[in-house]
Design a protein around this ligand. Sequence first.
Ligand code: HEC
Length: 208
Amino acid sequence: MVRLAGVGLLALVFPMVSMQSGPAKVRVGDGPSYTADGQLKFPEKYREWVFLSSGLDMSYDPKPMDMGSSTFNNVFVNPEAYRAYQQTGHWPEGTEIVLENRAADKGTRSASLNKAGKTQSTQMTGLEVHLLDSARLAPKHENDGWGFYSFSNPVSAEVIPRAANCYSCHEQHAAVDTTFVQFYPTLLDAAEKHRTASASFLKEMQGK
Ligand code: HEC
């Protein structure tokens, strides 16, 4: 009797446990949208998203060339993805991170007031996207649902092929889920708290 009751209880409890322990794939809805032929639509509202950081003249070359001018790269993410990341230390499905470039100049509109320092040009000089959409990209990208896009027009862009160096550099050096969280000041705490930083990033930090 006791054994039977025990088995019955286990059978009841087990399905619930296994349902909870499976990775609950959260998907947020304010990220990427696509054209009918599968191109990523230009993220019209990204300037209303959460601002992550501005890098100035970042270079991967140990001896960067002096270009005589400076460039800012500004990074934004869709708000629902930002909130999910802060809770878990991982990016949810539907994450869309935008990096835009702007020339650093003395201010096209406020030049009369600004005597030193630099502001960002009103004209954007480039826009790239890094997004997580496994349903769409994992079949093409061997199970890793991240994809890169570079916009040459303000309408739509094709996914960049997997062999491009975007993928290898981000995989080898980025702190969390192939994104450069180490350079986004409000994000590193969640990665530390939830221990989601990549092994390669932790190893890179040990050498510092
Ligand atoms: C040699 C390394 C390297 C390569 C190659 C590279 N990136 Fe990045 N990428 C970075 C770094 C570093 C950052 C962080 C930028 C910052 O802090 O502002 C970044 C950030 C980004 C972001 C913001 C989201 C994120 O993942 O952090 C996008 C979008 C992006 N890169 C697109 C691209 C695209 C598209 C390509 C290929 C055409 C590319 N990158 C190639 C190093 C690289």
